[in-house]
Design a protein around this ligand. Structure first.
Ligand SMILES: [Zn+2]
Length: 221
């Protein structure tokens, strides 16, 4: 006897409904254009492992961000080579006026301007630090702990296999946030994306976080 089964995924109305009700999260990528480089004045906390010399590494920066301006095309969002994020004063005003949450800003110290750049033409800049918390990525992202050192706290995570899926049970609701495993990926909700797009803040690209693909040519950890 054959029974005709209608599977959940073949129910088009259900899918549309699911898609409509789903909360969307995006990665805010601002690495396409850069105009600043960190200088040697940036000082970092040093972490030394008591049992494994190879775990020695730089921790948090303990100074404000010091930069050189290396291009005259200043964009509203940008990153340095080691993924510190910079925003213009105009961008900060937009984010503050919209009362977006999940970030703080710190002063930036400019040391040098590359030849030909007029310092007066460079707007006030801020370091943009995301403070919103997404907790751990959802297990469906496929990220697993590859190694963990109890002595120094060094944790290595695997690549994401299905994008970075936000676990809404641990997400704190901030407009800007990161997940524990990939803190350099700035994640935003629909509200933050809309504000940034409505004000055409430059050098911002949004990719649905669950559609992120591991970058080609980068070896998976
Ligand atoms: Zn260690």
């Amino acid at each position: 006897m054959h029974q005709k089964l209608i599977s959940f995924s073949s129910c088009i109305e259900c899918e549309i409904d699911l898609e409509f009700n789903m909360t969307h999260f995006y990665e805010l990528n601002c690495s396409a254009r850069t105009f600043a480089e960190g200088t040697e004045d940036n000082d970092f906390e040093g972490i030394v492992c008591p049992i494994e010399p190879r775990h020695r590494r730089a921790g948090r920066r303990v100074t404000d961000l010091h930069i050189d301006i290396v291009s005259k095309s200043i964009v509203d969002f940008s990153t340095t080579f080691i993924a510190d994020v910079l925003i213009t004063d105009k961008a900060l005003n937009v984010l503050e006026n919209a009362q977006l949450t999940g970030f703080i800003v710190k002063p930036v110290h400019i040391h040098k301007y590359r030849k030909g750049i007029d310092p007066a033409a460079v707007p006030k800049l801020w370091e943009f630090i995301v403070t919103g918390k997404g907790g751990h990525a959802h297990a469906d992202s496929g990220i697993v702990v590859k190694s963990k050192c109890e002595a120094c706290g060094r944790i290595r995570y695997s690549a994401y296999e299905n994008g970075i899926i936000v676990d809404e049970t641990t997400y704190d609701g901030s407009d800007f946030f990161t997940v524990t495993e990939y803190p350099k990926h700035i994640l935003v909700n629909q509200r933050a994306k809309s504000v940034i797009e409505e004000h055409s803040l430059s050098n911002t690209q949004f990719i649905e976080s669950s559609h992120l693909v591991w970058p080609e040519g980068v070896i998976k950890p």
